[in-house]
Design a protein around this ligand. Structure first.
Ligand code: ADP
Ligand code: MG
Length: 249
């Protein structure tokens, strides 16, 4: 049964003369975990940013829960997009926490500003999500007093506190020292087990294999092939996929 959460159709994105996405069509079902792999510069981040309307596509459409972000032929409506965007959380390689705010304040900020929660309610919600990522005892620390892994878990808590219907992870562990990767992957794994719809760009191939329902290989702005982790990693069909996977070994 098809129950799409994110529908991307014939998506193109150019920066100036440079066409970065060259026609991406992709449907992500509710609860599905989709992993995107591919060489650096192939357009993975640009695709994720289009899913969240941090970038406007040059052509094509993105629908979330059957609703267009931007209706074809219609004017971009900032309020409409802002509302839809809160349904999709995004976690980046760089955590972008506010350095002058504690962990708790970082998670509370969007709750009071965007969601118009009272301070009391925002504090309750933020506390709950900091507990969820295992940082109950670090709530009053500033980012500079925390490890990279802890900072990334705060960034995840901050996204989750908005209660998004889907989460996008763009190389969420790539900036971390190797010994800190596991604690962040554990949080993502737990979310996956709870049924969160997710799109993950990652270089952690064993993690991709473990949590992914589907793996997509992108190269040069196009989806070259997609399949189950088993299919894609064990029996890639395209030369470009084979070459990419071989280089990782
Ligand atoms: P990936 O995440 O797969 O490494 P990206 O989507 O980040 O690839 O980038 C693909 C290409 O798009 C790169 O060549 C990058 O320089 C270019 N690009 C990304 N964002 C912008 C931008 N805002 N302006 C101009 N070029 C950009
Ligand atoms: Mg990228």
């Amino acid at each position: 049964m098809s129950n799409p959460m994110i529908e991307v159709e014939k998506l193109h994105k150019s920066f100036g003369q440079n066409e970065i996405l060259k026609g991406i069509t992709l449907t992500i079902e509710k609860g599905e975990k989709v992993v995107i792999i591919g060489p650096s510069g192939s357009g993975k981040s640009t695709l994720l940013r289009c899913l969240n309307y941090l970038e406007l596509p040059t052509a094509g459409t993105v629908k979330i829960n059957g609703e267009y972000f931007v209706e074809p032929g219609k004017k971009y409506n900032e309020n409409h997009v802002a509302k839809l965007r809160t349904n999709i959380g995004m976690v980046f390689q760089r955590f972008n926490l506010f350095p002058t705010m504690t962990a708790l304040e970082n998670v509370m900020a969007a709750l009071t500003k965007v969601r118009q929660k009272s301070t009391t309610e925002a504090r309750q919600i933020a506390t709950r999500y900091l507990e969820k990522v295992g940082l109950a005892d670090r709530m009053n620390h500033y980012p500079s007093q925390l490890s990279g892994g802890q900072q990334q878990r705060i960034a995840i808590a901050r996204s989750l506190a908005m209660e998004p219907e889907a989460m996008l992870f763009d190389e969420a562990t790539s900036a971390l020292d190797p010994e800190l990767v596991g604690e962040v992957l554990n949080v993502i794994r737990e979310l996956a087990e709870e049924g969160m719809t997710m799109v993950l760009v990652t270089h952690e191939m064993s993690f991709a294999q473990e949590v992914g329902d589907r793996v997509i290989f992108m190269d040069d702005g196009l989806i070259i092939e997609s399949g189950s982790p088993d299919q894609l990693f064990r029996n890639p069909q395209h030369d470009r996929t084979k070459t990419f996977l071989q280089r990782l070994k």
